[in-house]
Ligand binder design. Structure first.
Ligand code: NAP
Length: 493
């Protein structure tokens, strides 16, 4: 374990802007505490929370402690809270105050001796004023870094505005854009699986792979995010970032090394190879849905429009047949789908291999399938055909056998006891503290993703303005099933 520190001579400081908010309480405070418990934080690291609300120190530490206990529960070891809470302070500052930067500077002390990471866990509308304050007060100078998270715009133009406002204060190498999927163990393992083994890569192409499915399904509706969601929809909220990041890792060429630019150069090539979806094909290669009344998670759900209280054309479900138009993938579609109010909470990648070219076992020999699961459990399984054990009067019988490839689920790094399932933010915060941006999204990736997504939005506006209703708790709109049926395939449900 190496304690986090980019500049050994400077004292590390983690400034959590929005330290009282939902993301901070559910994810960020528990992640920091777990990094501390596992010895990843430098002894002198301080954590400074910033928000408008003035909270007395004891009350604030009580809130942070409550959030950590709620999230970590049985994995919290004696002594972790005491050690971690000693690092924490809170300062009440309003981003609309022109003195925000100077007041923060006064709180931080001699900034020339500090190595500061800012996590902006606030609405993106505040990124610009906050970055301006940081710049004016001299708080954005190297080696200081900034972490930001989605929504980074709702189209290419608005994402450029956000990125420009951050870029004014922090150059690209010091800007860490989180897609928390990239912090998940199984997503990281995808890179190891593809590029640390010889067995998969020769098969990782259109000659051997029939198609790929990427599914992110949620059982919940939009809940209290409806106000935000109605302006975004499933395409912008989920496909532009999480699903396309998974496609990048699945489809990219092997990078020449594991450094952040080599990796991200290959990812951006995938995004730029996505075949544009135009109005003349959009109804064939995409499905748009919106949940109506039904039952989800055992409860009656009123339906999206009824929850909103007015008509809406926002999609809560999207399925897309995406094509990566390059030599490796021509002829192998990537089917993407994501939606709300569905029967299960699942994040899953299915690599469906082609059938054997000539089966001596007839139809019994099913094609191999690699299933990479991120939710509800993290797991990787390869389905291979196997002889059913024992005798049979009808000759040799076959059966599919699942080989689990997910050693990370079974062992910790010492190889001897089950490991705790980490919060994805733990890895990302640690990487940012150490100045390693390989698992963060570069600006050109965000913009290439928006370029493709904007094409779909425009095609929908022209040729597919209304989403198709599906009952809450069902498997999504009929059009999503027809999308695969047209290609004589089925979703892995
Ligand atoms: P939230 O619960 O509304 O928290 C916002 C935080 O910002 C609070 O600490 C709030 O504290 C502070 N804040 C608001 N206005 C401020 C101002 N003018 N000056 C200084 N601080 C201010 O929001 P959230 O759910 O944590 O989300 C934060 C960001 O992360 C959003 O952009 C969201 O889209 C994104 N995000 C959230 C999640 C999630 O699971 N929640 C997931 C992914 C991305 P005060 O009101 O005391 O100022």
């Amino acid at each position: 374990m190496s304690p986090s520190k980019l500049s050994p001579a400077r004292q590390p400081v983690f400034v959590l802007v929005g330290g009282t908010g939902d993301l901070a309480l559910r994810m960020l405070w528990p992640s920091l505490a777990m990094l501390d418990q596992d010895g990843f934080l430098s002894d002198d690291l301080r954590v400074v929370s910033v928000a408008r609300e003035a909270v007395a120190k004891t009350e604030f530490l009580g809130r942070v402690q409550g959030a950590i206990e709620k999230r970590i529960n049985k994995d919290l070891e004696d002594g972790t809270l005491d050690r971690f809470l000693k690092r924490v302070s809170h300062v009440a500052l309003d981003a609309s105050d022109p003195e925000w930067g100077n007041k923060l500077k006064a709180e931080l002390g001699d900034i020339d001796t500090l190595d500061i990471v800012y996590f902006l866990s606030v609405s993106p509308t505040l990124f610009k004023p906050i970055c301006e304050h940081l710049e004016t007060a001299g708080l954005s100078r190297a080696p200081n870094r900034v972490i930001i998270e989605k929504p980074l715009g709702r189209d290419l133009a608005s994402s450029k505005v956000i990125n420009d406002s951050v870029a004014h204060a922090f150059e690209e190498t010091r800007t860490f854009r989180i897609d928390h999927y990239l912090g998940k163990e199984t997503v990281q393992n995808l890179l190891a699986l593809r590029f640390a083994n010889t067995v998969f890569e020769p098969l990782w192409n259109a000659q051997s792979i029939d198609h790929v499915q990427v599914t992110v399904s949620e059982t919940v509706g939009t809940g209290d995010r409806l106000g935000y969601y109605d302006d975004y929809g499933a395409l912008r909220d989920m496909v532009q970032n999480h699903l396309l990041q998974l496609v990048c890792l699945l489809a990219m060429e092997p990078p020449s090394n594991f450094n952040s630019d080599a990796l991200r150069d290959e990812k951006v090539k995938v995004l730029r190879s996505l075949k544009p979806i135009t109005a003349d094909v959009v109804k064939e290669v995409t499905a748009r849905g919106q949940y109506g009344a039904g039952f989800a998670e055992g409860h009656q759900v009123a339906g999206y429009e009824a929850e909103k209280g007015s008509p809406s054309n926002t999609e809560t479900y999207v399925a897309i047949k995406a094509e990566v138009a390059n030599w490796r993938w021509s002829g192998t579609p990537f089917y993407l789908r994501t939606g709300k109010a569905l029967p299960s909470r699942t994040t899953e990648i299915v690599i469906q291999f082609r059938a054997v070219p000539h089966s001596i076992f007839g139809a019994a020999a099913q094609p191999n399938r690699l299933v990479i699961r991120l939710q509800p459990d993290e797991d990787i399984k390869l389905t291979v055909m196997n002889k059913a054990p024992g005798l049979s009067a009808d000759g040799m019988q076959l059966q599919p056998l699942d080989l689990s490839l997910s050693l990370t689920n079974a062992f910790d790094s010492n190889g001897d006891k089950p490991s705790r399932r980490r919060i994805a933010y733990e890895r990302l915060i640690l990487d940012a503290l150490n100045g390693n941006n390989a698992a963060f999204v570069r600006r050109d990736e965000v913009e290439a993703a928006w370029t493709w997504i904007d094409g779909i939005s425009a095609a929908w506006a022209e040729a597919y303005p209304k989403p198709q209703l599906y009952p809450a708790g069902s498997n999504g709109p009929i059009s999503a099933h027809m999308l695969l049926e047209r290609d004589k395939r089925v979703w892995n449900d």
